[in-house]
Design a protein around this ligand. Structure first.
Ligand code: HPA
Length: 254
């Protein structure tokens, strides 16, 4: 089963239709995880807004373990995550999309593994390629189909390094220069530990990253939430069409 994890600007989906609420208890939280289950193009899909329905949970306080555990409990085998990012690569102007293929994790003190506590043996997952190549290919194919059916094509970067910062504040200009030297193409706050936790549970994971601003120091303009929200609201209609196309594609190969 497919799950979509919605990020900033994607707390709900146009394609949700008549979704049914699922409430899943996990060992990682007192509060159960609330998700939506819906059927689209003959496929069962789970939707989880990672910041909560009202966008009230900041990136460093999201209970990533509870979320990924709940998805596994429901039988999810593939996750497509939406992430808002600041663009560092010159191609990632606000409004452009990327399907990243690498991650550098700069976060700290987040609960980032299932493999701790009372273990029978120490486990190390292979995380050389953090995003699932088959799911990435599905997303890229679907972007091309949606682009072909629209008057103005969306700029899309195939690949890129996602630098995950702790947040919730945005970066300093020096931090962004460092990310650039490290080879990051984009900066966000929610890609980790989500991707690693999915890998620990053997769930295929890929991301659609929407650039909503130039990363700090790369534009003469200050970064404002008003500008970010404007890019988000126009970008999300494309992401809704894209998710519709991805589900159609997956239902044909299921
Ligand atoms: N930095 C970190 N996270 C982000 C940004 C940014 O500039 N824009 C959207 N999410």
């Amino acid at each position: 089963m497919l799950a979509i994890i919605g990020g900033t600007g994607l707390a709900s989906l146009d394609i949700l239709g008549s979704a049914r609420r699922e409430i899943i208890a996990t060992p990682y939280s007192d509060d159960a995880v609330e998700l939506e289950r819906f059927r689209h193009h003959e496929l069962d899909v789970i939707f989880l807004p990672r910041h909560g329905k009202d966008h009230e949970v900041p990136p460093h306080q999201i209970n990533y373990r509870a979320n990924i555990w709940a998805l596994q409990e429901l039988g999810v085998s593939k996750i497509i995550a939406a992430n808002a990012v600041g663009g560092i690569n010159a191609e990632l102007e606000p409004g452009a999309l990327s399907v990243p293929d690498q991650i550098i994790d700069y976060t700290w003190s987040r609960d980032h593994t299932f493999f701790e506590g009372d273990l029978e043996e120490v486990k190390h997952i292979d995380f050389t390629h953090p995003y699932d190549p088959t799911l990435r290919a599905t997303i890229l194919r679907s972007v091309n189909s949606v682009n072909a059916s629209q008057a103005s094509a969306k700029i899309i970067l195939d690949g890129g390094v996602y630098g995950c910062m702790q947040g919730p504040r945005l970066e300093t200009a020096a931090e962004v220069s460092r990310l650039m030297r490290d080879g990051c193409d984009m900066v966000g706050m929610t890609g980790m530990p989500e991707a690693a936790l999915a890998r620990e549970l053997g769930i295929a994971y890929a991301s659609i990253a929407l650039s909503v601003n130039w990363a700090a120091g790369l534009s003469a303009q200050p970064i404002t939430l008003a500008d970010i929200h404007q890019v988000l609201s126009s970008g999300m209609s494309f992401i809704n069409s894209l998710l519709d196309q991805i589900i159609r594609d997956l239902s044909q190969t299921a």
